[in-house]
Design a protein. Structure first.
Length: 164
């Protein structure tokens, strides 16, 4: 069995008008959301074996907020604004049993919808808001065996679901 934790980066801002999109940082709400999602992952016992993260500032800051610094991580420009097909190709090269992928929309939302056999009954799934996180299991031996529509939903959560 393989498990994917698919997370969109937390809320970023446009405070620094000289920054490029790639350089945008999290705003206050984003920092709070990333920390909350990190607590949620730990509370649910969701600990990845490997992390794949876009090299954009906002995805790296989201990852930092999760508090998973001890897990092997690959930062890659290939995930920056990647289409879902690119994300699948990257995932299929992995060897770890549980992978956390931190990336951007619209690719993240499209990939989540394509992977699942049945979408969650959650009002925010279609929009996949910032810091939304899908956990899906796949009855496969290797990621190379991944097929669309075969994922079993384990969890789908957005920060609003878990922040008190």
């Amino acid at each position: 069995m393989k498990r994917l934790i698919l997370m969109r980066h937390a809320k970023s801002g446009w405070d620094d008008l000289s920054a490029t999109d790639h350089q945008r940082h999290l705003n206050g709400r984003g920092v709070k959301s990333a920390k909350a999602m990190g607590h949620w992952l730990r509370d649910e016992g969701l600990r990845p074996d490997h992390i794949l993260c876009s090299d954009a500032a906002r995805t790296q800051e989201t990852l930092s907020g999760l508090g998973l610094a001890d897990i092997p991580t690959t930062f890659t420009r290939d995930l920056y604004l990647a289409e879902d097909a690119v994300m699948v190709r990257i995932l299929m090269r992995q060897t770890s049993n549980c992978v956390l992928m931190v990336a951007h929309n619209p690719g993240t939302a499209l990939l989540a919808a394509r992977l699942l056999g049945t979408e969650p009954d959650h009002p925010d799934f279609d929009t996949y808001p910032t810091c939304a996180t899908l956990v899906a299991d796949f009855e496969i031996e290797t990621w190379r065996d991944l097929k669309m529509g075969t994922g079993r939903l384990v969890h789908f959560a957005v920060p609003r679901d878990i922040i008190e």
